[in-house]
Design a protein around this ligand. Structure first.
Ligand code: GAR
Length: 197
């Protein structure tokens, strides 16, 4: 059974999808803790499932590195097999990435390397692309540059707002993330091999 620690910043619908998958019984992973950089709404999903939560706010530290060291200590306190950034909207400091990668993955609402960063859906709409999508990838030292595990396309429909498009992406994203974690747990995806590509 693969133990997961999930990091979130917002509503946590991807976290919820993982929690619901683990509740089905035949899922090869379980969520052992959920962390956040703020008192995020999505932490309520973890509490509903009886999963411990923690918050490490960057504003409480003198530097990004000090924040990173505390975040890492809290993560390592649970000894997770895999850390999943599911809507975690901060760039992880190098100390965190170095300690955890390749057992550190992220889901991103675009077909990387297109549209990295915090406004991927808005940027895809502004660029006028016909197709965007979702990427699940290993986190490396860059911003959304790590090796891709899996991607899936989503069409941009005429008249899409950022909200409409992001909701359609998230419907695909939740399934893709749940499957990617299953594949990692089952050994179908080898993160060391993925990271070496
Ligand atoms: C997801 O679409 C995730 O890919 C995105 O935030 C959303 C969180 O939704 N993350 C990023 O944009 C990271 N650059 P959720 O809180 O409902 O899971």
């Amino acid at each position: 059974m693969l133990s997961l620690l999930v990091l979130i910043s917002g509503g946590g619908s991807n976290l919820r999808a993982l929690l619901e998958a683990t509740a089905t019984g035949d899922y090869p992973a379980r969520v052992i803790a959920v962390g956040s950089d703020n008192h995020a709404e999505g932490l309520a999903h973890a509490e509903e499932f009886g999963i411990p939560v923690f918050v490490v706010e960057p504003g409480s530290f003198d530097s990004r590195d000090a924040w990173g060291r505390e975040l890492l200590a809290r993560i390592e306190g649970y000894s997770p097999d895999l850390v999943v950034c599911a809507g975690f909207m901060r760039i992880l400091p190098p100390v965190v990435v170095a300690a955890l990668t390749p057992r550190l993955i992220n889901t991103h609402p675009a077909l990387l390397p297109a549209f990295p960063g915090a406004h991927a859906v808005r940027d895809a709409l502004a660029a006028g692309v016909e197709t965007t999508g979702v990427t699940v990838h290993v986190i490396d030292e860059g911003v959304d540059t790590g090796p891709v595990i899996v991607q899936e396309s989503v069409r941009v429909e005429p008249g899409d707002t950022e909200h409409d498009l992001h909701e359609r992406i998230k419907t695909v994203e939740r399934q893709l993330l749940v499957q990617a974690v299953r594949d990692i747990a089952d050994g179908v995806v080898d993160l060391k091999e993925t990271a070496a590509r």
